[in-house]
Write a protein that binds this ligand. Structure first.
Ligand code: ZN
Length: 262
C-alpha cells in the first residue's frame, strides 16, 4: 500500500532567528510560545527547528487572510478547486485564502523535481513569510483536475493546515510510541525512498507535549495525521489518518482564529 506522505518544510537554520522575530511581530502570543520551546533530544543548539515551529508560528487571532499565487499556470478550474479546498478551513475559522496574480504570500507549485522540492509539503504558519519570494511555499506534486475528490480533501486541506501553522498530529508521542522503528525504516525506504534520517525526522521524532498548541489528546482521525500502515505498528493496528478536516480540527482552528473575537 502506498501511503500518502508529506514532509513538513522548514527554513534553513540561518533564517530561523529572523522568522522567530517575524512571528512575534505578526502575533505577540508567539513570544510566549517561544519561551517554552525545547529542542528534541537529538537537536543541536540552533539546529532542529521542529519544536520551535510548533507553537510560535501562528497567524494573528484576528484572522488569517492570505493571498495565493499559482506559480506554474494551472487552468482556472484547477485554481478554483484548490482554493475551494484550502478555504474549507474557513467554514468554522476566520480563515480566507484569496487568489492573486501578483506575488502571493502562499505560492503553490506542482514540482516533481529537484528531489528536495518534490512531493507534498508546506511551510508552517508565519514561517512562510521568510521563504525565498521566488520559491513555492507549498508543493502539490503533479496535481491536476484528474485527482479524485478524496485526494483533494486529504492532501490540499492537509497542506493548507500546515500553512495555518498546524503540525503533524502523528508526531504526538502517544502515536509515535506505537511505531516499530525497524519496520518503519524498512517501510519508508521501500515506499518513499526515505533515508533513516528522514524517517527519524518525519515520522519517529515526537513533538514534546508541552510545546504543542494542539488539542489535548492526539487524534488519529485529524486531517493533520498521516496514514500509518499496521505493518509498521507494534500492535499491528494501522492508523487510518485523517481523510478530511474533522470536527476536532474545525474546533481547534476556530479556537485559534475565531470568527468573532471574544
Ligand atoms: Zn504534512
Amino acid at each position: 500500500m502506498a501511503v500518502i506522505t508529506c514532509r513538513s518544510k522548514s527554513l534553513p537554520t540561518a533564517s530561523l532567528a529572523r522568522a522567530a522575530r517575524r512571528a512575534v511581530e505578526v502575533n505577540p502570543a508567539n513570544a510566549i510560545a517561544h519561551r517554552v520551546v525545547t529542542r528534541t533530544p537529538t537537536g543541536r543548539v540552533g539546529g532542529r527547528k521542529r519544536i520551535a515551529v510548533v507553537k510560535g508560528l501562528r497567524w494573528p487571532a484576528t484572522g488569517v487572510r492570505l493571498t495565493v499565487q499559482f506559480l506554474d499556470g494551472p487552468g482556472r478550474d484547477l485554481r478554483t478547486r484548490i482554493l475551494l479546498h484550502m478555504n474549507a478551513w474557513g467554514t468554522h475559522a476566520n480563515v480566507q485564502f484569496v487568489e492573486t496574480r501578483a506575488t502571493g504570500k502562499v505560492r503553490i507549485a506542482r514540482l516533481d523535481s529537484p528531489e528536495e522540492m518534490a512531493g507534498y509539503w508546506s511551510y508552517l504558519g508565519t514561517e512562510l513569510l521568510d521563504a525565498p519570494p521566488d520559491e513555492p511555499t507549498m508543493n502539490l506534486e503533479g496535481f491536476t483536475m484528474k485527482e479524485s475528490e478524496a485526494k483533494f480533501r486529504r492532501v490540499v486541506r492537509h497542506e493548507a493546515g500546515h500553512t495555518l501553522g498546524f503540525e503533524h498530529e502523528h508526531m504526538r508521542n502517544a502515536l509515535v510510541q506505537r511505531i516499530d522503528r525497524r519496520k518503519a525504516f524498512a517501510f519508508f525506504d521501500k515506499d518513499q525512498g526515505w533515508t533513516r534520517e528522514e524517517v527519524e525526522e518525519q515520522v519517529l521524532t515526537p513533538l514534546e507535549a508541552r510545546t504543542l498548541m494542539g488539542t489535548r489528546t492526539s487524534d488519529p482521525l485529524s486531517i493533520m495525521c498521516y496514514q500509518l500502515p499496521g505493518s509498521i505498528m507494534k500492535d499491528g493496528r494501522s492508523i487510518r489518518g485523517g481523510r478530511d478536516i474533522n470536527a476536532t480540527d474545525h474546533a481547534f482552528a476556530a479556537a485559534l482564529y475565531p470568527k468573532r473575537l471574544k
